[in-house]
Write a protein that binds this ligand. Structure first.
Ligand SMILES: Nc1ncnc2c1ncn2[C@@H]1O[C@H](COP(=O)(O)OP(=O)(O)OP(=O)(O)O)[C@@H](O)[C@H]1O
Length: 304
């Protein structure tokens, strides 16, 4: 189990992390979400020993991560860390050697990963000649090449085209299937929703929501109602008590119902205005859950 436990960190007077904690089981993929500046990179840097926590620790299999055990962690830093003049193949092999592989094994593993990530033909090019997205793939190959026991990746998908996203997603799912706990930060919530077994949302220095996407949905379910009345020509729902119109376009309305609001009163109001072709509770998307969690006024620490 990979455990982030009670992490606190301030930079000067700015309190960035105020008790951040979550766990990632072997073989599961954890999507680490939060607004810009929420503290995701800081959390990952603490895990990698690049920033010292004021309190708390990160454990792998019950032991605090130290310099020796971090060699078994594949890490993709946000600032990236490639040598622009070095050839792609040499670069990836170099990272493998840093993690303890012998020269021949490092070269073989580098070739294998570059091939899998679609960069086989570029292994002889200098890194600086590659596009940003391809440099990103090299960085990922560098994180994967040493067969890490744990993967911690800071925004690995940013800047990738859809094919790059797919090959990275496939590589990460493969790692998770092989039993590696994978943590990655991302603002691409559709991807997080698609790939991750569990999700954590960081806001105001704490995890304000953690759990599977379904668990988070369950907490918010029964609130959003989608009603389609194609012929409605005027706003009809806002007069129903306890109802707020979230969006309305061409007769397609999403409503938020307060506790105790009567969904049948909504249906009756809809029928008075025209033919109802759709009336159903809506599953909130991760984007909606994120907005809800980040906007909530009080930092309620919630564990699933
Ligand atoms: N070395 C540092 N010195 C001072 N402040 C820092 C330092 N590193 C990070 N911070 C501050 O800590 C806060 C959290 O930054 P961090 O990069 O961890 O956020 P993030 O969630 O990764 O953001 P983003 O999604 O924009 O990458 C920010 O306010 C940032 O300015």
């Amino acid at each position: 189990m990979l455990e982030f436990d009670g992490l606190h960190k301030s930079f000067g007077d700015v309190r960035v992390l105020e008790g951040v904690g979550f766990t990632v089981a072997p073989g599961s993929m954890f999507g680490f979400c939060g607004s810009n500046g929420a503290g995701k990179t800081t959390t990952m840097r603490i895990a990698m020993g690049l920033v010292r926590a004021d309190a708390g620790e990160v454990r792998w299999n019950g032991r605090p991560l130290d310099q020796a055990s971090r060699r078994r962690v594949g890490y993709m830093p946000e600032e990236r860390g490639l040598y622009p003049k070095m050839k792609v193949g040499e670069q990836v092999a170099y990272f493998a050697r840093l993690h303890g592989l012998g020269a021949a094994a490092a070269a073989t593993a580098a070739d294998e990963w570059l091939e899998r990530l679609g960069l086989g033909a570029r292994r002889g090019d200098a890194v600086e000649k590659l596009s940003l997205g391809n440099q990103q793939r090299v960085q990922l190959a560098a994180a994967l090449v040493s067969r890490p026991e744990v993967l911690i990746l800071d925004e690995p998908f940013s800047g990738l085209d859809p094919i790059g996203v797919d090959s990275l997603a496939e590589a990460l799912l493969g790692q998770a299937r092989a039993g590696v706990p994978v943590v990655f930060s991302s603002h691409q919530l559709d991807l997080v929703e698609r790939l991750c077994d569990s999700v954590g949302i960081l806001a105001r220095g704490r995890m304000v929501a953690t759990g599977t996407v379904d668990e988070l949905r369950h907490r918010e379910s029964g609130r959003l109602l989608r009603v389609v009345v194609p012929d409605a020509d005027a706003p009809w729902a806002s007069s129903v008590p306890g109802v707020r119109v979230v969006s309305e376009r061409a007769g397609d309305t999403v409503l938020e119902l307060a506790d105790g609001a009567d969904d049948q009163a909504v249906l009756a109001a809809a029928l008075r205005t025209g033919r109802v072709t759709h009336f159903a509770w809506q599953q909130p998307s991760l984007v909606e859950l994120f907005r809800e969690a980040v906007a909530a006024p009080a930092p309620a620490e919630v564990a699933a």
